[in-house]
Design a protein around this ligand. Sequence first.
Ligand code: F6P
Ligand code: MG
Length: 480
Amino acid sequence: FEAPYPPYDPTDKQSFSYETVVKRWPIIVTSIIDQLYQMNHGLSLLEPQSDVFDVKHMNPERKSAIIREAKTIMEKVSRVRYEMGRDYPMPEIEDDGEPLVREYNLELKRLAGEGKGTWFTCPWLFAECYLYRLLRSFFKLTDHWAAFDQFAAQKDDTFMKSSVAVAQIATTMHGMESTKDILESDPSKLEVLFREMLQVCLWGNATDLSLLTHMTIADIENLQSVGKEAQTARQEYILKDDQQAVWDHVRTLKNARIDIVLDNAGFELFTDLIFADFLVTYTPYVSKVVFHPKAIPWFVSDVLPTDFLKTIRELIRSPSFSSPSSTSPTSKHSAGHLKLLANRWDRYLSDGTFALSVPLETPIGAPDAAPIHFWTSPWPYWDLRERDEELFGCLEGSGLVVFKGDLNYRKLTGDIRWPVSTPFATAVGPLAGAFPILSLRTNKADVAVGVDEAVVEKLEENWRISGKYALISFIPKADA
Ligand code: F6P
Ligand code: MG
């Protein structure tokens, strides 16, 4: 599919892609170097500082090999940082035995042929995906770091900081238990709750670790607070609101399977599980939810298969969630509610109500994890049928495919400079109508469609990227 406009790229100095290449990527790659540096330091002092390496039982040769390899990775990452800042040609990805190396390199070659093969001239969507795949190859090409997730510590850390919002939502969910009978007999009440749960899931996307470079924890807590008032206040920030159309569609389902193409781990994943839990526990419409994670560490905060399982286990076991330090009765209650909820999710995983699209134990990069490699390719989703027929066929059988977050939105619309009033169904190209599509996205990148020009004119200048505004975009399946 050929879009009628060009994609966003950093040659436009006003674009967020420019700011990303200049400011945000250097911060992200530097954080990887810092982390490896600190881990090496810890290793040389034999500090058992993480569960990544079993330092206690390590022989000296192994330890030196780990340290040596970390240095090699740091050198490679530093080089990327240096070259990026000077607009060098993007380097080829070395063959690391994992999928997509050839595809990325071929596309890079093609772009270079058009004079777009450097960090500042390449289409932003391609370059950004490329960067994460390149970083993955640095780790994969070592003996000791191949299974390492360079973003795990950041993900864990930020999740812990959202424990207040997590507890609050768990208690809201618990309150719903007693209304189950009423909900069954009164679809209008179910509709109200559906909207509320959908919005919890939507705003869960406002927490984006790669945006934390300019966001404070207070900002995040503010975005995470739930409840009627907060929801109403946020209504004005939803610039495209297809909630009614989604509800009208969901109501027609019966014991359907829905799919969630995940975005970020931690708080956002928690809110995805909340939405999924609501649909299978309280409505007759959905009886199974399949979650689609990423194959490799991706855009800092995205969910890997290990993050998925870890999150549920953490909610059941971890002291920060199950017994928050405050001893107030409310927080004790919340901790109990959270435990019940997480245990239910564990049960749902065992009985197949919840499932990942790959086995739960899938390690990083696993070449045989075919159903998830498409999500870490650079391709716009309008190419899905051509690029991955099997995945396309699987999604065709879904009652609803929910695409979470900003990057999924950029891929749905090809990250193209669409005029803002372009209908969403036009912007997703030939994917429109293939299966019911719901995109839940808070705006963190330039592309946006389906919004009135008149509405946009009244907004503050940074509405496209501040993470404060959101789009709920739905396209039904075309009639067969
Ligand atoms: O725009 C900032 C950014 O890092 C983009 O690169 C990317 O599209 C997005 O944020 C990631 O956000 P999300 O986690 O919502 O996909
Ligand atoms: Mg993400």
